[in-house]
Ligand binder design. Structure first.
Ligand code: CA
Length: 661
């Protein structure tokens, strides 16, 4: 064996920490060269009991100028079915890249991955989605989605998404990508107590490369969670639905107990910069969760690249949503894009283009929204459009443009000015001659090169869901005691109108549309703003709402279908958007635009979309002609034969009008 690893070997390091063969198993760990002793312990069980064996590992230093060493040990015998931990002197850890674990992810497991393949896994195929513009992303938490579904066989589990009712619902709605909230092994749910209701979003990673045990039917069996995760992917793929994984490489639950820290203290984290100097003791906290990882370090960068590749290769994941992407450096994100392009360029990558605190890297190096133009093939969420529609993230009670018609709104002029930010969201955050960037809320320059670099949305798991936000800021402003179910029918109707109007902006945007699971069921979280550990009673989807508010589901369904049937809404190219999308002059409480001249080779020559947030009908001038009305007053009918003729149209209160000729 070489005495040091070459630079190329380091650059290709694949974090393969365990190779099991019938006669021997090789263990490898990237750990400090200076560690006094590194051992691997072999166990019979995933939890409890004494080690069967403790084996001392040997170091191969990395090349000159590189931190750390690769520690290896070869253990004789067939170890299949055993568990193991590493110990570099900082407590036991399954390593940083365990691929199978026992309960609560404390020990890594030695399994044969072939035994995790569901039937016909080899025939699994990624859904064909030609352009990210064609995606309709549905953001879902496993437990929210299925825990209260009366006919669910596997409530709260990965397997719920294999059940006919679930697949049918998603297909009926028309979404073609499910973005699953953290589904890697996280720490905040105790997998040994699954008979008790426990809830967490899961933004507290433990083992990045293993599915979460509490979503499996048996967290003690290392193969179970792996197999059931794959069954889920397989069932969604069969239905033509892509699976997008929420990846949280930017922080770990804590530092002291994390696998990173136990394996290689301080390597994976950034420290604060104090007076221009790197602090020895203070960890930087750009994640707002107490720490931030150091993507710019060679092995952290490799870790992220290898992890993304692994989820693609082993689990056939179709896309990745990077939590707090603004904590990662641009170079790493571009390296990830490059690595996935070599496997499958259709893998979609997007992230939160911000951090949750000050990072210990200069902003110009970070994957923030303002730097998206330097990250081709990577998209970010548009808070411009989101907050212009619903109101600022900093105060749940302040309305956005949607509240312009409400009698409780006293700042109508300010709300009128948000129109420009909605227009910015409609074009997909690109440069467009009709957008006055000086009037856009958060960004003063367009940040996307292509419209597919912008995620269009009005709500996600963070902050209030749409119903609650409209309650707090418009419908029931200042009256926090009331809940949606207590509203009188008139107010309920108004809320529904605004809800549908908001999503019409999202789904007619040239960005990539994204919705929170349950919005189609008029979900509410009883006003809870940060429900990351709230009980099921707050977070669960109320499936009875399908019957209570069928018009809501119907509108979402028809709206998604309208987008999918008409390429004009998803041009996917900045030049085409500039060529075909033209805003029409209209009052401030309205946004009006035309997709003209068979945009995207659409069947319809010109499509006019007018959003009216006012409580009064609004008149808007349009190019003279005979038009067919396909969306009016909260109803969509693509086959409609209802015609209007003339130079002006009247748009009903708090609703969208879509016409074509
Ligand atoms: Ca776990």
């Amino acid at each position: 064996m070489a005495t040091t690893m070459t630079r190329a070997q380091v650059q290709n390091f694949d974090f393969n920490e365990m190779d099991c063969g019938p006669e021997e198993t090789t263990f490898r760990l990237f750990a400090p060269a200076t560690a006094k002793k590194v051992v691997v312990r072999i166990y019979k069980e995933g939890i409890g009991g004494k080690p069967l064996k403790t084996v001392v590992m040997k170091a191969t230093p990395l090349g000159a100028g590189q931190e750390g060493a690769i520690w290896t040990a070869v253990v004789k015998g067939n170890l299949l079915g055993r568990f193991y931990t590493f110990d570099t002197g900082h407590g036991e850890t399954p390593g940083v890249f365990a691929k199978a674990v026992g309960v609560n992810g404390q020990r890594a497991a030695i399994v044969n991955m072939v035994n995790s393949f569901p039937d016909d896994w080899c025939c699994d195929q990624h859904p064909v989605i030609k352009s990210p513009a064609d995606l309709v992303v549905y953001e879902l938490h496993h437990r929210d989605f299925s825990i209260a579904r009366p006919d669910a066989k596997y409530p709260g589990k990965f397997l719920a998404l294999t059940e006919p009712w679930a697949i049918e619902h998603l297909k009926q709605l028309g979404v073609n990508a499910v973005h699953i909230l953290p589904s890697y092994d996280y720490g905040s749910v105790d997998e040994t107590r699954l008979n008790e209701p426990q809830y967490n979003w899961g933004y507290d990673p433990v083992n990045y490369n293993v599915p979460e045990g509490s979503y499996s039917t048996d967290p003690y069996d290392p193969l179970c969670r792996i197999r059931e995760f794959k069954q889920m992917v397989q069932a969604l793929h069969k239905a033509g639905i892509a699976v997008i994984l929420d990846v949280v490489y930017n922080h770990t639950y804590d530092i002291d107990h994390s696998n990173f820290q136990r394996t290689f203290p301080d390597y994976y984290y950034r420290k604060e910069i104090v007076n221009g100097k790197l602090s020895n003791s203070k960890y930087s906290n750009g994640s707002g969760c107490g720490n931030e990882t150091a993507s710019e370090k060679p092995m952290m960068r490799r870790f992220m690249i290898e992890s993304v590749k692994y989820w693609f290769n082993e689990y056939r994941i179709d896309g990745f949503r990077f939590d707090l992407m603004g904590c990662h450096d641009i170079e790493t994100m571009n390296e990830i894009r490059k690595a996935v392009d070599q496997i499958d360029p259709s893998i979609f990558i997007y992230g939160e283009g911000w951090s949750a605190g000050q990072c210990a890297l200069p902003t110009e190096q970070l994957g923030v929204k303002a730097n998206i133009s330097q990250m081709p093939g990577i998209a970010a969420f548009s808070d411009e459009m989101r907050d212009a529609l619903r109101g600022p993230f900093s105060d749940d009670n302040i309305p956005g443009w949607l509240g312009i018609g409400s009698t409780t709104t006293d700042n109508k002029e300010e709300l009128s000015s948000l129109k420009e930010s909605i227009k910015f969201g409609i074009v997909g955050a690109i440069n467009h001659p009709q957008i006055d960037m000086s009037k856009v809320n958060y960004s003063k320059t367009p940040w996307a090169n292509e419209p597919t670099q912008m995620m269009a949305y009005v709500s996600c798991h963070d902050d209030m869901c749409l119903v609650d936000r409209l309650m707090a800021s418009v419908i029931d402003k200042g009256n926090h005691t009331s809940q949606f179910s207590n509203l009188n029918s008139q107010l309920k109707e108004e809320l529904i109108r605004l809800n549908l109007l908001a999503q019409t902006a999202v789904f007619t945007s040239q960005g990539v549309p994204f919705m929170l699971s349950g919005e189609e069921l008029l979900r509410n979280k009883k006003g809870v703003h940060n429900s990351f550990e709230s009980p099921d009673s707050i977070n669960h989807l109320d499936w009875d709402n399908l019957q209570r508010y069928p018009q809501v589901f119907k509108y979402y369904q028809d709206l998604i279908a309208l987008r999918q049937h008409h390429p004009a809404f998803r041009l996917g190219d900045a030049d085409l958007v500039r060529k075909h999308l033209e805003f029409l002059p209209s009052p401030a409480c309205t946004v009006a635009f035309r997709l003209k001249n068979y945009a995207g080779r659409d069947d319809w020559r010109d499509i006019i979309v007018i959003l009216n947030a006012s409580r009064e009908a609004q008149k808007v001038s349009i190019p003279k002609g005979m038009y067919t009305v396909v969306c009016q007053d909260g109803e969509i009918n693509e086959q409609s034969t209802s015609k209007i003729f003339g130079r002006t149209v009247s748009v009903n209160p708090q609703s969208a009008l879509i016409i074509h000729n």
